[in-house]
Design a protein around this ligand. Structure first.
Ligand code: GDP
Ligand code: MN
Length: 392
């Protein structure tokens, strides 16, 4: 789960990372009020969207005076910011952050990520911040410093100092950098983060270190024990299909095709998407209904898939281990009863209670296309989308 820059800054500041003074605004008037609070003429106005690359996309501006803040804020609210990291739709700007301007001397890059290979937290840093990490890795790979942290020790003092030296910091900046690194590490570990990124972390004209930007994302599987993090969620920044699914305990990722998928198990879901493509189709989504799916959950899965207007056929593919085919079948039948489904539905059941499940589907009298194998099911779905069933 991603959060906004201003939220990440607040969290990191609580752990001891120096950030600029600033305030959030939901209207141009509030933005002007924030400028007055800062007590200066110069400030930076920043669109708050779940994406980087806002600077290049015109979502960040150094402003002088109230008129300029009001004008820039007015031009941002309600628009969709399209950055290198968003899709063509972009992300809606509903809030902006107004902060004191900084005098930048040097821009550094600092990131904490989960290194899946070593199964440990890794620090990635560079003396050439400001750019995105992908561009840095391409244009200046030499500048990238990587450091893997031992979970039993945490971030050792000597490691933090070594990193500060490698970044070319001197004097008092070394101890400031050590403090920033330790704060980020604690924030990452204590809040079940998956990523903490400060880009740029700047050296100001007066020699102080300040986090000008901040990004954090969190492990969704740990949100149950981090209500304070879960509360920071902004559904306005999410794919509405994905928010609906998350609210119903389904693992769902929206895609661009038109074949809606309701599948159990991430592996089978991936395999089904491959089979669909092999049969000449494109999946509209990845959806894993998980184990022990009740008829209600199956029904919610139908609602989720149908909330995507691009869907022209639904493929249900279940290999029941913990699941039971009769429950799944009852869920499919329930979905037909509760939702007006006007699209062809292909169902392939296999595994626990398969006979009972297939019988339920057969005897339901519903226009369901049954398939025995995954291959058959994928082909049937691709075919069925060309022949929509007649409306009742
Ligand atoms: P991003 O483009 O979404 O990563 O947004 P950033 O917060 O990183 O802002 C983009 C760029 O704006 C930064 O790399 C800085 O160069 C610039 N910027 C941000 N804050 C300030 C500031 O206080 N003063 C000045 N002069 N530039 C700033
Ligand atoms: Mn940035």
């Amino acid at each position: 789960m991603d959060i906004h820059e201003h939220q990440a800054k607040e969290i990191l500041a609580n752990f001891g990372v120096p950030v600029p003074q600033g305030g959030i605004a939901f209207t141009p008037e509030q933005a002007v009020f924030r400028l007055r609070e800062l007590g200066s003429e110069r400030c930076v106005v920043k669109a708050q969207v779940h994406s980087g690359g806002r600077g290049e996309a015109g979502g960040v501006k150094v402003c002088n005076g109230e008129a300029e803040v009001r004008e820039f804020a007015s031009s941002l609210f309600g628009t969709k910011l399209v950055t290198k990291q968003t899709d063509a739709q972009g992300k809606r700007v509903d809030r902006i952050w107004v902060e004191e301007a900084s005098q930048i001397e040097r821009e550094l890059y600092l990131g904490f990520v989960l290194d899946r290979k070593s199964e440990r937290i890794m620090i990635v840093a560079s003396g050439h911040g400001g750019m995105e990490i992908e561009d840095l890795a391409e244009e200046d790979p030499e500048s990238l410093i990587r450091m893997v942290l031992d979970p039993a020790v945490g971030l050792a003092e000597y490691q933090a100092r070594e990193l500060a030296f490698k970044l070319g910091l001197e004097g008092a900046q070394i101890s400031q950098m050590v403090a920033v690194l330790k704060a980020c590490y604690r924030a990452y570990r204590d809040m079940d983060a998956m990523m903490v990124e400060i880009n740029p972390l700047v050296v100001c004209a007066d020699g102080s270190l300040v986090a000008l930007d901040a990004k954090m994302s969190f492990d969704t599987n740990a949100l149950f024990r981090r209500p304070e993090v879960a509360n920071l969620r902004d559904p306005g920044q999410e794919d509405p299909r994905e928010s609906f699914a998350a609210d119903h305990g389904l693992a769902y990722v929206g895609l661009d095709g038109d074949i809606g998928c309701i599948i159990n198990g991430a592996g089978l879901a991936m395999a089904s998407m491959d089979m669909i493509q092999l049969a000449g189709g494109e999946p509209a989504n990845f959806l894993d209904i998980g184990g022990g799916a009740s008829p209600e959950r199956v029904c919610q899965a139908f609602r989720t898939v149908l909330s995507d207007p691009n869907v022209s056929v639904i493929l249900v593919n279940i290999f029941a281990g913990i699941n039971r085919c009769d429950w799944i079948a009852n869920g499919v039948i329930k979905a037909f009863e509760e939702i007006r489904i006007q699209l062809p539905v292909v169902v392939r059941l296999s595994g626990t209670n398969v006979e009972a499940g297939r019988r339920l589907i057969r005897e339901s009298g519903l226009p369901i296309i049954s398939a025995d194998t995954l291959e058959e099911a994928a082909k049937a779905a691709v075919q069925a989308r060309q022949q929509p069933i007649a409306a009742e």
